[in-house]
Design a protein around this ligand. Structure first.
Ligand code: ATP
Ligand code: MG
Length: 416
């Protein structure tokens, strides 16, 4: 039986309401719920305050059939989620031996504060969601007519638990399209508005789409219709925007480059100017990056480019640090100084200052080099400093990937 698919998201934490950390869970959970066909009626943050949290929960269970709560599952006195959900459900808290055993196992003999026992508690009748990435398990159960799902606050715990357990639970209970009925794709270096336009243009009957904007990509979901139709919509989109910018699955650019490096059996060295280490950060965000990432050099000033990468001072004088010759010299210099098989270099004007008529803000050169071969491409990006830097990092990763792939390298980046 299908029920009205409404959902609310509550993120607990005074750190959030005081603006100390930025909430990312409302966005993540809302877009996941939306992709599953739920209408998200509300996404809010509440402080670790009994009264305010309780009121918010009471309101949410009236307005939505699913309420996802994040955070407040820790061992300290300001972690209130268990108590508040139990109280709303009118049940006491119950101690779970197997959860306590799992928590002790995680501490591996180190002394465990007594307050951690609290993390083995859940409202009576609420099954636990075992948390392989942290101490506190999540739990779920009914409060009035809403299914309440509580998940731990740290993103590295919440996201996997959501994906591995909670999403499937909701799909099953609410007869929502499960993972098998959604085709995920990734769009790289395409402005959101252009992507939407392209998605609208694909218009395969019965197929709807949603997007999720992240720092390095836009993930999109195609749902409805049947498998064949979703695949057709995806193919249309790929024809529109090209196979470099449209990828199957939800993939980070660093993952795509890593895959190419593994395939070719070479390691990467980065030489970064305007991105200030972002390429290195994204490469090493991935577990196992040691196998493909040699390391990198952040050469921001001209002097650093000369001293650390061996760029000829005359190039910087004659053509400037943001030029074809400069990025080529950076890439070749990094390759020569490292034991890596592939180099990527990037230098650009991120703004807001530093632009000229000839090289306006957003002018970015990126290059890739292997033994005996190097190529550079010029990009011109719109947007804030932050956006230009992120686009530069994505573009140079795609460039390195394409360079490694060989075929049609320059055509790939024509007219971007
Ligand atoms: P812990 O056992 O770590 O205390 P918890 O379930 O009690 O886990 P919180 O204390 O609420 O979770 O949050 C732990 C950390 O997770 C926060 O310090 C913050 O870094 C991150 N976090 C929590 N909620 C959010 C959110 N909505 N968006 C982004 N990060 C969050
Ligand atoms: Mg906590």
């Amino acid at each position: 039986v299908s029920r009205p698919r409404t959902a609310a998201v509550i993120c607990a934490g005074t750190e959030l309401t005081e603006g100390i950390i930025q909430d990312t869970h409302v966005r993540f959970l809302s877009s996941e719920l939306t992709a599953m066909g739920f209408t998200v009626v509300r996404g809010v943050q509440v402080p670790d305050n009994r009264g305010l949290f309780s009121e918010e929960l009471a309101r949410a269970v009236k307005d939505a059939r699913v309420v996802v709560i994040s955070g407040g599952l820790g061992p300290t006195s300001d972690d209130l989620t268990r108590e508040i959900v139990a109280e709303a459900a009118g049940v006491p808290l119950e101690f779970h031996d197997e959860a306590w055993a799992a928590i002790k196992e995680r501490f591996r003999g180190r002394s465990l504060p007594e307050s951690n026992r609290k993390q083995a508690m859940a409202p009576r009748g609420f099954p636990l969601l075992a948390n392989p990435n942290g101490t506190a398990p999540g739990f779920y159960g009914m409060v009035e007519s809403a299914l309440v799902v509580a998940l731990p606050g740290p993103p590295s715990e919440l996201r996997p638990l959501w994906t591995s357990r909670a999403a499937a639970l909701l799909a099953e209970r609410f007869d929502a399209p499960g993972a098998a009925d959604v085709l995920w794709g990734t769009s790289l270096m395409v402005p959101e508005s252009a992507l939407e336009e392209a998605l609208r243009d694909t218009g395969v009957e019965g197929v709807t789409w949603g997007t999720r904007v992240d720092e390095d990509r836009i993930s999109f979901s195609l749902r409805g219709g049947d498998e064949e139709r979703r695949a057709r919509a995806f193919k249309d989109l790929t024809r529109h925007l090209g196979p470099v910018r449209i990828r199957a699955g939800d993939r980070k650019p660093a993952e795509l480059l890593t895959q190419a490096l593994r395939g070719a059996g070479v390691t990467l060295v980065t030489a970064e100017s305007c991105t200030g280490g972002l390429l290195g950060k994204w490469m090493t965000d991935l577990p196992g990056s040691t196998a493909v990432y040699w390391g990198g050099i952040v050469a921001y000033s001209n002097e650093a480019k000369i001293r650390l990468l061996g760029v000829d001072a005359r190039i910087l004088e004659a053509a400037g640090a943001v030029s074809e010759q400069a990025v080529l010299a950076m890439a070749v210099g990094a390759l020569d100084r490292s034991g890596a098989g592939l180099a990527v270099a990037v230098s650009g004007i991120a703004g807001p200052d530093g632009g000229t008529a000839e090289k306006p803000v957003g002018t970015v050169w990126a290059a890739s080099a292997r033994q005996g071969d190097a190529r550079a491409v010029k990009f011109s990006f719109a947007g804030s400093r932050d956006l230009v830097r992120r686009r530069s990092a994505v573009a140079s990763m795609l460039l390195a990937e394409a360079f490694l792939g060989g075929k049609g390298f320059l055509d790939t980046f024509a007219n971007w």
